[in-house]
Design a protein around this ligand. Structure first.
Ligand SMILES: NC(=O)c1ccc[n+]([C@@H]2O[C@H](COP(=O)([O-])OP(=O)(O)OC[C@H]3O[C@@H](n4cnc5c(N)ncnc54)[C@H](O)[C@@H]3O)[C@@H](O)[C@H]2O)c1
Length: 443
């Protein structure tokens, strides 16, 4: 932003710049056969099938096996892979296979830690879906497992690799926004699917689903298809809106600001107002986060649709907004102006003297010396751009080169902790404080 001292009008039509698709960190195409990453999927529900499709669209991959607890999903995975694969309902059989280099873990969140730890111990690299952890303790155990076994563990928050967020980061780091003290971000929905009321397949029963394995370390209960397919609604398996959606917003915020740490404090409010279907998580949550240099207001509402996910960064020189795959930077007009409002209460004589003095110190620019407030600039990802492809390619490249992942377990742990803090504050009706020494949330 080149803001000048003069006073000419600014145009308000935004310039649009198409962002170049990222220069993939991945090895060039075609990948040498010896660099082929042989992977298996653990959990092939909605996201697991998307992930395996994404992985297969990346150069130098081969899918060798698949694991899920429901027969229908073992079929679905093979349909997406377009080939017959060895299948199992026991993920340990996948980890025993010598032909598996890496696993994609897309199970419900309460299973992430155990499977990731076992996979690391078995010498596999891991792409683990977001949010990385179900509890704070899980997260640190996962970080330790990745380090102990020297494994690539990448968390699947694809904004971390997105070109729009990379551009936003570059703009903030350039100083163009000035001092950033406030950020707001939200994802809002208004439909049954958005509120996780997914349909239950008609063949769902204890013969087609390994219910006990689904429960894992969670409380034992009789078979309940609703819990199996709508697990996000229950704290035993998910983390409600923070674990499902805040984590994407937080990944964006931390990527743009270059922060890799938990927030100092979090304060949430919200409630379960509408989707009273037996769930034990809210359908509206609002959280204020304290990071050292800025504050964040975050919201997810399942009771009103917002056309796009939005992250807005407020700087002293400009406002940056990411709306879907579009980034707009709107400069603030910070050119000096004589005070007007606060001198209304002055006697006319003093007011006129003040204005005279101000004008003598702020000379009118001469001809040709006017400068303008730059117009808003918009940056747009190309049509069809998918950040998840960049994210998966980044993972595959880390597997091949052993270069650290763009979203390693440490970063994934930090965004997950922020989700847990939002829930801690909501459920305990208190401010959640991060205790770095104890690696724990305190009330
Ligand atoms: N990155 C993203 O944009 C994104 C989008 C959606 C979901 N997700 C994440 O992906 C994960 C899966 O979500 P989903 O929507 O696909 O859920 P889902 O319910 O559709 O699928 C989960 C699958 O995991 C299987 N499973 C459960 N426990 C298992 C175990 N112990 N071993 C093997 N399989 C097991 C289930 O049988 C089920 O088919 C979650 O962590 C979710 O937060 C990420």
């Amino acid at each position: 932003m080149r803001l000048g001292a003069g006073a000419a009008a600014a145009g308000d039509a935004a310039k649009v710049t198409w962002l170049e698709p990222a220069k993939l960190r991945a090895a060039p195409n075609p990948v040498a056969p010896s660099d082929t990453v042989r992977f298996a999927s653990i959990g092939t529900g909605v996201r697991g099938c998307e992930d395996l499709k994404t992985a297969l669209s990346c150069p130098g991959t081969e899918m060798v096996a698949t694991c899920d607890l429901y027969d229908g999903r073992l079929i679905a995975a093979q349909e997406v892979a377009q080939k017959q694969l060895p299948t199992t309902k026991d993920y340990r059989a996948i980890l025993d296979r010598k032909d598996v280099d890496a696993v994609i873990v897309a199970t419900p969140d309460h299973w992430h830690a155990k499977i990731v730890e076992d996979a690391c111990a078995a010498g596999k690299d891991v792409y683990c879906e977001k949010p990385m952890s179900h509890t704070v303790e899980d997260g640190f155990a996962m970080v330790a497992a990745a380090q102990r076994h020297n494994r690539i563990v990448q968390v699947g928050s694809q904004r971390r690799s997105g070109i729009v967020y990379a551009k936003a980061r570059e703009i903030l780091a350039s100083g163009a926004l000035g001092q950033v003290t406030a950020i707001e971000a939200w994802i809002d929905r208004n439909d049954a699917s958005g509120a996780w009321q997914y349909p239950i397949p008609p063949d769902a029963n204890e013969k087609t689903i390994d219910w006990n394995q689904f429960l894992g370390s969670a409380r034992k209960r009789p078979f309940d298809a609703s819990r199996f397919f709508r697990w996000r609604c229950f704290q035993e398996y998910g983390e409600g809106l923070p674990g499902d959606l805040y984590v994407h917003l937080l990944t964006g915020v931390l990527t743009i600001t270059g922060i890799n740490a938990p927030p100092a404090r979090a304060l949430s409010t919200g409630g379960l107002f509408r989707w009273k279907d037996g769930r034990d998580v809210p359908d509206l949550i609002w959280t204020l986060y304290e990071y050292p240099d800025f504050r964040v207001a975050m919201r997810c509402n399942l009771n009103n649709e917002s056309p796009a996910d939005v992250t807005r960064v407020f700087g002293t020189k400009a406002t940056l907004e990411v709306r879907g795959e579009t980034l707009t930077v709107t400069p603030q007009d910070t050119r000096p102006q004589p005070e007007s409002y606060s001198i209304f209460g002055w006697p006319e004589k003093l007011r006129n003297e003040y204005l005279k003095e101000w004008r003598s110190q702020h000379r009118e620019p001469g001809p040709g010396q006017y400068s303008v407030v730059e117009e808003a600039q918009t940056f747009q990802a190309p049509p069809g751009y998918e950040d998840q492809i960049d994210h998966m390619n980044n993972f595959l490249e880390s597997v091949r080169t052993r270069r650290p992942s763009v979203e390693d377990a440490v970063f994934g742990n930090h965004t997950a902790i922020a989700c847990h803090m939002a829930n801690y504050s909501y459920f305990n009706k208190t401010v959640a404080t991060w205790d770095e020494a104890d690696k724990a949330i305190k009330g």
